[in-house]
Design a protein around this ligand. Structure first.
Ligand SMILES: [Zn+2]
Length: 406
C-alpha cells in the first residue's frame, strides 16, 4: 500500500462579521506562533511537542483566546516548520573557499539560525472535527473562531471528486489571499502499489525539445507530443527578457522578475498537462520508463542558437515528479533508466553507433542492417526496452556498447 497526499482548496464565503472573526483568529494564531517560535529558539531548539506543551500550554490557555485545540495546533505547526527548516539546512551545507582556494562544506543545523523563524502572515491550522467540520449534508462548513463555531457556504470547484472517493480529510489551513478566504485541506488515501507481476504495460518516454515527449509502448505504438509551440513561446520570453535586461532600470528588473515567474508558471502548466495526458492515455498498471537525467548535460542541438543557453533542466525533472505523483494514484509507476546510448542503438540489430544518428534529418539509419527510423522514436523504443529489462529483474538496466554485432 502507498499513501497518497493531496490538498483540496475550498473557497469560503464569510459575511463581514465572519471575515472579521477569521482575521482576528488568524492574527492571534500568528502572535502565539511567534511566541512559541521564540521559546524554541531560546531553549536550544527544543522540538519535543510534549515538552513544549508542558511548559507553554497553561500560559496560553490563560492569556490567549485560542481554544485548547488551537493552542496545540500552534505547537504542531511551529514544530513542523522548524523540522522543515532543519531538513533544508541539512540538504544545503554551508560552502566556502579556504585559503588554498578549495571548496569546503560544513554541515548546518538549527544552531545556524540567527533569529527565530518568523510567522509573517496571519494563519490558522484547523484540526478536523474539533475546529472544522462539514454540516447540512455537506452544503456548509462549520469553523471554530475565537468566540464560537460559525457556519458558512463554500465552493469546491474542481475538487468535488475528493469528497466521494474515500479520501481522508486531515488538518486544514485557513488562508486569506487578495481579499478572499480559502480553506486548504490536506487529504490522504491508501491505494495499492504498482505490481510488476500484474502484466503491466511498458511505456518508454523520450523527453526532448523538438518533441516535448515521444512515447513508445509495449504494443508497438508510438506517440509524438509536439514541442514547437513551446519552443516558439520560450523564444518570445527570451526576446522580452533581453530587452528588459538591456534597459537595466529598477522597474525593468521588477518586470524581469515577474516575467520569470510567469514563464515558470506556464512551463509548470505545460508539464502538468503532459503528465495528465500520459496518465490518461495509458491508464493503470503502466510502467512509465524515463531516462535518469541526473548529471546529464542536455543535447541542445535541436534548439535555435538563441535558446541553447537558456534551456532549463528543471522542467524535465518537474515532468518526472508530476508523472510519478499521478501514476501512483492508479497503480502505475515510473522507473528511471541509464540514458547512455539510447539514441545510438539500433533497435533491430543492437549495434551502437553514434554516426547512425543524423541530426539534420532527425533520422536514425543503421549502417549494419539498414534499419531506418525517426530518431526520437528510436530513443523511446530503446527506453521501453530498458523498462522491459527492469521488469525482468535487471536492477539498473543500461545499454552496453557493442560496436559490432552478429
Ligand atoms: Zn541495425
Amino acid at each position: 500500500m502507498v499513501k497518497l497526499g493531496r490538498t483540496i482548496k475550498l473557497r469560503l464565503y464569510p459575511d463581514t462579521n465572519q471575515a472579521e472573526q477569521f482575521l482576528a483568529m488568524s492574527q492571534e494564531y500568528q502572535r502565539v506562533a511567534n511566541i512559541v517560535s521564540q521559546w524554541i529558539f531560546d531553549h536550544e531548539f527544543q522540538l519535543s511537542w510534549l515538552k513544549i506543551n508542558h511548559y507553554l500550554y497553561k500560559i496560553f490557555r490563560q492569556e490567549s483566546s485560542l481554544n485548547s485545540q488551537m493552542v496545540q495546533s500552534v505547537f504542531r505547526t511551529v514544530v513542523a516548520r522548524y523540522k522543515t527548516v532543519q531538513e533544508q539546512m541539512k540538504q544545503h551545507p554551508y560552502r566556502y573557499q579556504n585559503e588554498e582556494k578549495k571548496w569546503v562544506q560544513v554541515p548546518r543545523d538549527l544552531n545556524w539560525l540567527v533569529t527565530p523563524i518568523q510567522f509573517r502572515r496571519p494563519q490558522a491550522d484547523l484540526v478536523r472535527q474539533s475546529n472544522y467540520s462539514f454540516v447540512d449534508s455537506m452544503r456548509e462548513i462549520s469553523i471554530t473562531t475565537l468566540g464560537k463555531r460559525t457556519k458558512l457556504g463554500f465552493t469546491d470547484k474542481g475538487f468535488e471528486k475528493y469528497f466521494t472517493d474515500d479520501w481522508k480529510l486531515g488538518t486544514a489551513k485557513l488562508v486569506h489571499s487578495r481579499g478572499k478566504w480559502f480553506l486548504h485541506i490536506g487529504i490522504t488515501k491508501e491505494v495499492n502499489d504498482f505490481d510488476a507481476k500484474d502484466n503491466p504495460k511498458v511505456v518508454g518516454i523520450d523527453r526532448g525539445l523538438r518533441f516535448l515527449a515521444t512515447t513508445f509502448d509495449s504494443e508497438g505504438k508510438a506517440l509524438f507530443f509536439d514541442g514547437q509551440k513551446i519552443l516558439l513561446k520560450r523564444k518570445k520570453f527570451l526576446e522580452i527578457r533581453r530587452q528588459l535586461q538591456s534597459k537595466g532600470t529598477k522597474s525593468a528588473k521588477k518586470k524581469l522578475k515577474r516575467l520569470a515567474q510567469r514563464e515558470n508558471r506556464w512551463m509548470t502548466d505545460v508539464n502538468h498537462r503532459l503528465a495528465k495526458t500520459l496518465v490518461a492515455r495509458y491508464g493503470s498498471h503502466t510502467l512509465f520508463v524515463l531516462e535518469d537525467l541526473t548529471n546529464v548535460t542536455f543535447n541542445t542541438d535541436d534548439l535555435p542558437k538563441s535558446l541553447r543557453n537558456s534551456h532549463r533542466s528543471w522542467s524535465f525533472f518537474q515532468l518526472e515528479s508530476f508523472l510519478t505523483y499521478k501514476a501512483q494514484a492508479i497503480q502505475s509507476t515510473v522507473v528511471k533508466v541509464n540514458p547512455a546510448f539510447t539514441s545510438q542503438r539500433c533497435h533491430k540489430c543492437g549495434l551502437v553507433e553514434k554516426t547512425n544518428r543524423h541530426h539534420e534529418t532527425h533520422e536514425y539509419w543503421c549502417s549494419q542492417c539498414q534499419y531506418r527510423c525517426n530518431d526520437d522514436r528510436l530513443g523511446a523504443m530503446n527506453i521501453e526496452m530498458l523498462g522491459q529489462d527492469w521488469l525482468n529483474g535487471v536492477k539498473h538496466p543500461k545499454i552496453k556498447k557493442l560496436t559490432t554485432v552478429g
